[in-house]
Design a protein around this ligand. Structure first.
Ligand code: NAP
Length: 246
């Protein structure tokens, strides 16, 4: 594979790398040659084992984004690629939605993305380096959804943040992009997949006719970290089996 499509020598940190999309992203970046710091609020040992077994290199890091000062302080130096993947969702009618559910989601899904990106950028600028940030957005960065007000607000925020940071840092060596996953088969969507009616309604509307696999997201994220995408910044790449095109 041409060097434009490799990540050898790069150090990548992925948040929420113990499971789901984050785990697949970590594995994908390692397959492309990056050394991966698999960060999670609990152990990412399984992710590290998968990477080791495939001949890559990785280490785990405990990083709880609900404790942002500690997470910021725990961000290691000399990282070239930051993938802000960790995210949570809370479901309730907007009229009944609690302040606690609003704050919890906004803190992990949006405030942490800004705080970690800022800490990462300061380190990159201090060493006059270069870097990539990839944020994990959502279909609800574009659509309203229902019964998920803080999630929708946070993911719209992620899209906006991706653009402003791209604008500010484009001449300073950091490309900032986002990937917006469609319906991906993870823990996050298990309840939807187990509900036969919802599952059918979702599948009927996806042009590709199937749920996405976490590896589908990993491929797009890896591309946005590679030299081949050097002129891509401020983009939000939909990986949704055609959902938003419909
Ligand atoms: P998931 O399986 O629930 O994984 C979410 C990850 O975020 C887990 O590793 C989780 O850790 C981590 N996390 C949650 N709170 C955290 C905290 N306080 N500190 C550190 N890590 C924390 O969900 P997923 O589907 O892979 O979601 C990954 C990202 O994709 C999220 O940003 C989500 O919004 C986005 N997304 C997913 C879909 C989809 O269809 N699945 C669609 C659009 C966007 P624990 O395992 O410890 O909870």
């Amino acid at each position: 594979m041409s060097a434009a499509f490799r990540l050898d020598g790069r150090r990548a940190l992925v948040t929420g790398a113990n499971t789901g999309i984050g785990q697949a992203i970590a594995v994908g970046l390692a397959e492309a040659g990056a050394h991966v710091v698999a960060a999670g609020r609990r152990s990412c040992a399984e992710t590290v084992e998968r990477i080791d077994a495939a001949g890559g290199t990785a280490e785990e890091l405990i990083l709880d984004l609900a404790d942002l000062p500690a997470a910021r302080a725990g961000l290691p130096p000399d990282i070239d690629i930051l993938v802000n993947n960790a995210g949570i969702i809370r479901r309730e009618e907007s009229v009944d939605f609690s302040e606690a559910d609003w704050d919890a989601v906004m803190d992990v899904n949006l405030k942490a993305v800004f705080q970690l990106s800022q800490a990462f950028a300061r380190d990159v600028f201090a060493r006059q380096g270069a870097g990539r940030i990839v944020n994990i957005a959502s279909l609800l960065s574009f659509q309203g959804g229902i019964r998920v007000p803080s999630y929708t607000a946070s993911k719209h925020g992620v899209a906006g943040l991706t653009k402003i940071l791209a604008n500010e840092w484009a001449t300073r060596g950091i490309n900032v992009n986002a990937v917006a996953p469609g319906y991906i088969a993870t823990n996050n969507t298990q309840a939807l997949r187990e509900d036969a009616d919802r599952n059918k309604a979702i599948l009927d509307r996806i042009p590709a006719g199937r749920w996405g696999d976490p590896a589908d997201i990993a491929g797009a994220v890896s591309f946005l970290c590679m030299p081949a995408s050097a002129y891509v910044t401020g983009a939000i790449l939909n990986v949704d089996g055609g959902w938003l095109a419909r």
